[in-house]
Every structure is written in C-alpha cells, then in structure tokens.
Design a binder for this molecule. Structure first.
Ligand code: XIL
Length: 333
C-alpha cells in the first residue's frame, strides 16, 4: 500500500510527525519512517527556548538546522514549535526573574529579542510557527491563565505582541496558537469557547494570527471528542487555518512492560478508532492543512515519562512496526 505521505498528497493534506533529533540519522529504521511516511515535520524539542539559547546570548541552532535541512532534502514542510510557552524555558531566564536581576521590562525585551532572533534565523524555512502554546486554563469558564509565568509578569497582551513580533521577523510564515482540549475535547467545551472568543477578538484587532493548532493528545479512557469537526470548523469560519498538531492516543500499560502492551483489550480497538476520527475531522474541514502525530514509535513517545502507567500512544510499536492505528490512517486517506 502507499505511504501516508503519498496518500495525503493525493487529498491535499500534509501529514507529519514530531521528530526526535537524538534518533534522526542515528536509527535507520526511524529515519526511513520519518522520510518515507511524512511530508511535514515538527521539532519535538530542538526549537524550544531552552534548546535554542541554553545560556544567555549563546545560541545553539545546530540540531534544528539539521532538521530543516533534512526536511528540505525530503520535500517536507516544517512546523516550528514553539516560541512562547511556560515549559522548557532556559534556567538562566527563570533564575534571573526569581532573583530579581531580570525585571518585567527586561523580561519583555528578552522575549522580544528571542522571538525576533529565532524567527529571523529560520526566516523563509518555516511553514507554520506555533507562536504561543498552552495559555488557557482547563476550568469552566476557561481563561488565559493569570498564573502562567509569562502572563503573571507581562500581562495577557503579551500573546498578541508575540504574534506581531513573529510576523515582523518572517511575514510569510503561518502563525498559530496551539493548545490541547480546545476542540470538542471536554464535556463543557468551555476551553474551546474561550479560545474561540479570544482569537475572534485578536482577528478583529488585526493581530497577525493565521491558525489554531489543536494538539490532539487523547486517552482511550476519556472517549472521543465528538465536537471536534464542529469546533475546528468554527475556527475556520473566522478565516483561520486549523491543524491537528500533536496527535497521540495513550492507554494503560504495565509500567514495567518495555513493549507497552495495553492492559485493557479495548485499547486495541479504541486507539485506531480515535486516530481515525481525528484524521476524519481534519479531512472534513477544508481549512485543516496538516495532521501531525507526536512521535512515530512508542519507544520514543513522551507518554510513559509523563503519564504514570500509560503508553502505547503512537502509530508504530516499540520496534517501529506499524500498528492498527497506522492502517486506520492509511485507509482514511
Ligand atoms: C514534550 C516532548 O515530547 C518531550 O520530549 C519533552 O520532554 C516535553 O515536551 N505539548 C507540547 C509539546 O506542546 O511540546 C510537548 O512535548 C508535549 C505536550
């Protein structure tokens, strides 16, 4: 059967994966999958601030440049991830804020410079930037989190500024707001409603935001977000692009099991179904331009390290053999 990227090209969609730069060009099976199955890639970690500027003023673009070169060689477009987020920011920055050597005015300047430097470095080479990541609370009603590191120091307006700064540095990149549970993914839909109202306001103010990325980290124990298509379409109706940016479907495993075998048989049916439903939602919305999975194989997945007792989240198993979820995506394309 054809590769995912060949099938996706046939329906005008880009299909992608997050790429782990410790594996790329090291593990040949992994490298072959990234090159052969996907026509867009996202840096899983190497474009985050702590990787890019490990000490103040010293930049390490090497691994990210390698990914950009790999993508070019393989006809892939790059999603840049991510410029403004509360996680994976450098310790020199958080330490400086804590000990008072970086006041709020200085923090704002440092952020402006970071966004300008990084976006300029990759100017012309990034298809979509996740400018801002994970700012809304999971509560009902949902709001921009006042306790977020950036918001507590610089105020909620800093998010719009980040979009302006990124746009100034690369006017052709598509600029995205990225978050989880922002399309049909909880009972109340409160978070989706809040992001929708916020982005509508930004658009009306002329802030250069082009798209909404719905991460798509699902869990078989919570079932499928049935309003996904509807919520993606609602963003699209504002003139925005949408994307599924970090799809995976985790389930319970024995923590000691290196094979990540699901403890519940239902997972073997629920997982391909949920991947399939996510892809179908993207295919149903014309403005949905890419569908990205958050890692190819279970051995490299972030899930076991983050969610106690869960794993088996990816479309390839720990030996990089395609799972039923892979076949489900292939059949939908
Ligand atoms: C994760 C990576 O997969 C891990 O390797 C890293 O240790 C932590 O970050 N939402 C995001 C991603 O937007 O950047 C996160 O990636 C997963 C959750």
């Amino acid at each position: 059967a054809d590769s995912l990227r060949t099938l996706a090209a046939g329906v005008g969609l880009r299909i992608g994966t997050a790429v782990n730069m410790d594996e790329l060009n090291v593990d040949t099976t992994y490298t072959g999958i990234v090159a052969g199955q996907f026509n867009t890639v996202t840096a899983e970690n190497v474009m985050k601030w702590d990787a890019i500027e490990p000490s103040q003023g010293t930049h390490n673009y090497g691994p990210a440049d390698q990914l950009v070169a790999f993508a070019k060689a393989h006809g892939q477009l790059v999603r840049g991830h991510t410029l403004l987020w509360h996680n994976q920011i450098p310790s020199w920055l958080t330490t400086g804020v804590t000990n008072g050597t970086i006041d709020n005015a200085a923090l704002r300047d440092i952020l402006h410079r970071h966004i300008t430097d990084e976006v300029s470095h990759f100017r012309g080479k990034i298809w979509q930037w996740d400018v801002a990541n994970e700012f809304f609370t999971d509560s009902n009603p949902s709001t921009i989190n006042p306790n977020d590191f950036w918001i507590s120091h610089l105020g909620a307006g800093v998010i719009a500024d980040a979009f302006r700064w990124a746009h100034a540095a690369d006017p052709h990149a598509l600029l995205f707001y990225n978050d989880y549970n922002i399309a049909g993914e909880d009972g109340s839909n409160a978070k989706s409603d809040a992001v929708y109202a916020w982005v509508r306001q930004l658009r009306s103010q002329g802030v250069p935001i082009d798209g909404i990325g719905n991460q798509g980290h699902l869990d078989t124990q919570y079932g499928f977000p049935t309003l996904l298509t509807q919520d993606l379409q609602r963003y699209a109706n504002l003139g925005l692009k949408v994307a599924i940016t970090e799809a995976d479907v985790r389930t319970f495993i024995e923590t000691t099991d290196a094979n990540q075998t699901p403890t519940d048989n239902l997972a073997t049916f629920a997982q391909p179904y949920e991947y399939s439903q996510m892809l179908k939602a993207c295919l149903a919305v014309r403005a949905c331009i890419s569908f990205t999975v958050w890692g190819a194989g279970d051995a490299g997945s972030w899930v076991p390290g983050t969610f106690m007792g869960e794993g088996y989240a990816d479309i390839y198993d720990v030996n990089l053999k395609p799972k039923a979820a892979y076949t489900a995506l292939q059949q939908d394309l």
